[in-house]
Design a protein around this ligand. Structure first.
Ligand code: NAI
Ligand code: MG
Length: 490
């Protein structure tokens, strides 16, 4: 009997023939300067650093290391653009530029997706289907608000703040840039943004788009560098508003630095979300949700479902199904369209995750990993779960930011709620049950900014995002996200 054509690539197990996305259509320059006042220029001190592909440790490009003097130039360019063309422009015209950026991201979506996966290690399926479309969606959404601010804040006058200084992390590089730039521009501010040191390339591509879109010089400035560059932006006296996403530690440093200044700020920090599975939940669907919640983007997600609370009567079934599902997850080449779990973003992050794997075991937790093979070079971590952990375990309390799930059980609603709330964080959560009443009860009780019911990790530009407790201050996204970029007058 002849083997059907479409079965030829399937070798009888769960191994698919490689289906890599082509890199032919992308352009990554050997070296990037700083995007200041509408042009790429060399950094004052002539220093550059490498950005690698974490899937093979090969150098992709060299990127400028901005000094304080460079940041000063960027802030001055942003100020000049603010007092000049940008604040004099009609809001409707401002909106047109933002729409144009959105459309250009869509036109160049493939290029953005491939570069995102090369530079940061996330699977192409995610950069293609999640990061890039959502980035465009944020520009579209906020473009629409630009000339409608009086409806966003009825009876008040919304005035721009001035220059926004924005520092973003490496887990959603283009998306975080869009989350921050789009509302800032819609409200009439100008921007100095710094991408993370391991993932600068899509922000630099976005700078090219912004130049091509013809925004007035200096409205958006993109400076690359590490923590010192970020600190120079945050503490610059010419910056009126600070927006930061990253670790709780750096968030604390920034909050201290801003205390006593007039700067407005938002901080989006860490998380340790629980997915809560009740016995009456649709179990297969819930298992898929758990997998999406923690293994999505290698667990490099602040709102990841990094804890699982499962009702005792279904715990064995859920864990068994989860282990089965983990075996079918494909870890490997981020550019391969079959890949579920890509590369860990950096050696440093991999070492951090591995240290937690040791901590979890030394605390008495039982570790289980899928048995897949890993590529020889690059940074990789198998999907991992811990059972037998207690509420005080560090793998239950601390943000690992990797594909590592801590599993606990509960008997009653109250026990689930107490456990869910018993961490220093409060960014997100998930509830899985057949009963709408239970969903409402849980969502009232969980102290977290975002709660998903019978789904997980769903994002939309219209919906606000942000945390309680050590997960941060303020909200981004939606109507709430506009409030962070305006001062309201009577
Ligand atoms: P990080 O907080 O150091 O880096 C985030 C951004 O802040 C980067 O652009 C960095 O250059 C910048 N930065 C660093 N120090 C700064 C300072 N003093 N002032 C201003 N900007 C500064 O995060 P890192 O070291 O890359 O990751 C460490 C841990 O943080 C991760 O393992 C994870 O647990 C957590 N994290 C959480 C994120 C989230 O979205 N909640 C994102 C990234 C990391
Ligand atoms: Mg990189």
């Amino acid at each position: 009997m002849a083997i059907p054509e479409n079965k030829l690539a399937f070798d009888g197990g769960w191994n698919y023939a490689p289906a890599p996305e082509s890199t032919d259509h992308i352009v990554v320059k050997k070296r990037y300067g700083l995007f200041i006042n509408g042009d790429f220029r060399a950094p004052e001190k002539g220093r550059y650093f490498d950005t690698l592909n974490p899937a093979n440790e090969e150098k992709l490009s060299r990127v400028a290391m901005a000094s304080q003097a460079d940041v000063d130039k960027a802030v001055k360019a942003a100020r000049k653009a603010y007092t000049g063309p940008w604040s004099r422009m009609k809001a409707k015209e401002r909106g047109k530029y933002i729409f144009r950026i959105a459309r250009m991201i869509q036109e160049r979506a493939r290029e953005f997706a491939v570069i995102e996966s090369l530079d940061g290690g996330k699977p192409i399926r995610e950069s293609r289907d999640v990061d890039v479309p959502l980035a465009a969606a944020h520009f579209f959404y906020y473009a629409g608000w630009a000339d409608k601010l009086e409806y966003a804040f009825p009876g008040r006058k919304a005035k721009a703040l001035g220059v926004a200084g924005q520092v973003i992390p490496w887990n959603f590089p283009l998306l975080m840039a869009s989350w921050k730039i789009a509302p800032a521009l819609a409200c009439g501010n100008t921007v100095v943004l710094k991408p993370a040191e391991t993932t600068p390339l899509t922000a630099l591509k976005l700078a090219e788009v912004i130049a091509d879109a013809g925004l007035p010089d200096g409205v958006v400035n993109i400076v690359t560098g590490a923590g010192d560059t970020g600190a120079a932006i945050v503490t610059h006296p010419g910056v009126d508003k600070v927006a930061f996403t990253g670790s709780t530690n750096v968030g604390r440093i920034i909050q201290k630095a801003l205390a006593g200044t007039n700067k407005k700020y938002t901080l989006e920090l860490g998380g340790k979300a629980a997915n809560i599975i009740f016995a009456d939940a649709a179990i297969d669907q819930a298992v898929e949700g758990i997998v999406n919640g923690i293994f999505f983007n290698q667990g490099h997600v602040c709102c990841a479902g990094s804890r699982l609370l499962v009702q005792e009567s279904v715990a064995d079934e859920v864990i068994e199904k989860l282990k089965d599902r983990m075996e079918t997850l494909i870890v490997g080449d981020p550019l391969d369209k079959n890949t579920d779990i890509g590369a860990i973003n950096s050696r440093m992050q991999l070492e951090k995750i591995e240290s937690y794997l040791k901590i979890g075991q030394s605390e008495g937790g039982e570790m289980h990993q899928s048995s897949c093979s890993l590529p020889k070079s690059g940074y990789w971590c198998r999907p991992t779960i811990f059972t037998g952990v207690s509420q005080s375990s560090r793998v239950v309390q601390e943000e690992i930011f990797g594909p590592v799930l801590a599993i606990q059980t509960f008997r009653t609603y109250d026990e689930a709620l107490t456990k869910a709330n018993n961490t220093p964080y409060g960014l997100s959560g998930g509830v899985w049950t057949d009963k709408g009443s239970k969903i409402f009860k849980m969502t009232q009780g969980i102290r977290a900014g975002v709660i998903w019911a019978n789904t997980f990790n769903k994002f939309d530009p219209t919906s606000p995002f942000g945390g309680y407790k050590e997960s941060g201050m303020g909200r981004e996204g939606g109507l709430h996200g506009l409030g962070a970029y305006v001062k309201l007058e009577a």
